[in-house]
Write a protein that binds this ligand. Sequence first.
Ligand code: MRU
Length: 364
Amino acid sequence: MSSKKILDLDTIVLNDEQNEVVIIDQTLLPNELKYLHLKTLNDFWDAIYHLKVRGAPAIGIAAAYGVYLGVKNSLANTYEKFYEEFTKAKEYLASSRPTAVNLFWALDRMEKVVVNNKNKELEGIKKLLKEEADKIKEEDIWVNKSIGEYGLSLLKPGWGILTHCNAGQLATAKYGTALAPIYLGHEKGYNFKVFADETRPLLQGARLTTYELLMAGIDVTLICDNMASIVMKNGWIQAVLVGCDRVAANGDTANKIGTSGVAILAHNYGIPFYVCAPTSTIDMNCKTGNEIPIEERKPEEVTEKWFNKRMAPEGVRVYNPAFDVTDAKFITAIITEYGIAHPPFEESLKKIFEIKQQKQKNKI
Ligand code: MRU
């Protein structure tokens, strides 16, 4: 394990002189902390698709830098030609994964820069694209810190907290979303006892969440996904904190496969279930969870990956959805950087966006 502190690990760094973005290859953790240098659009697409960079906010940041580098050295000599190249790059990166809305949100922000500065020199537009990608990354840091502070206000020292998948430092520019309250609480001596679901089939919980929390010196216990019920029944869990990939306007929330089952269990045992959601992950254009596209991934992730030998019969049909949707009725609250939304979410999420608009207008 690296001797560096987890919150000091750089997850996504632009090296503009070298025309590259440096990321941690999350597929190799926890055994190897290796940095990857992404240069071409193909490198970015591959890194996102294969989960070398993963987690909704990190995917958005990587795509923003990817599309910037994709057109940075464009030889286009007219705006129309440049915009055509930009659109091609944007659409290519947008095809890498379908569920996390941050990918599309970040690429749309980048497109607005191109469109709104149509009358500028192309070199000037490229400079603005870099600044926008930097902004997307910088904003993610304060967004997560703010989610951490709001989240912490709902927790008490000594609590047992269950989390699913990895919504930590590795999935963002800093702090994570679901892990942000835990990191901030740890700094204040809260002594949380965290239970991390392993998160089949790609084991983001076992490989990444426990890696992060151990590195931070936080008390963490790894459990298989099918053990969540017993730890809840034992009285060891006082709150569940999860991240999200897309929240619909009614509060239905897509997150890593298995999240919905955890929410149903928490509801059964009367344990609060909190979704930690940057507003960039809330898609008010999606009315309900039924409209959220769910990524399906290769069968081999279930039948072969992590096993010395294939463990299921050849030819067996496999269903491998990467996400599921937790019905809003099982969610106690959605914690955003602009405050905590409670049910009914149709109203409270709208209010959150009103606050956001107001604060952005007043530059708070
Ligand atoms: O397939 P992944 O590993 O990208 O899925 C990640 C999750 O489901 C996270 O919980 C979510 O993106 C939030 S990350 C802050």
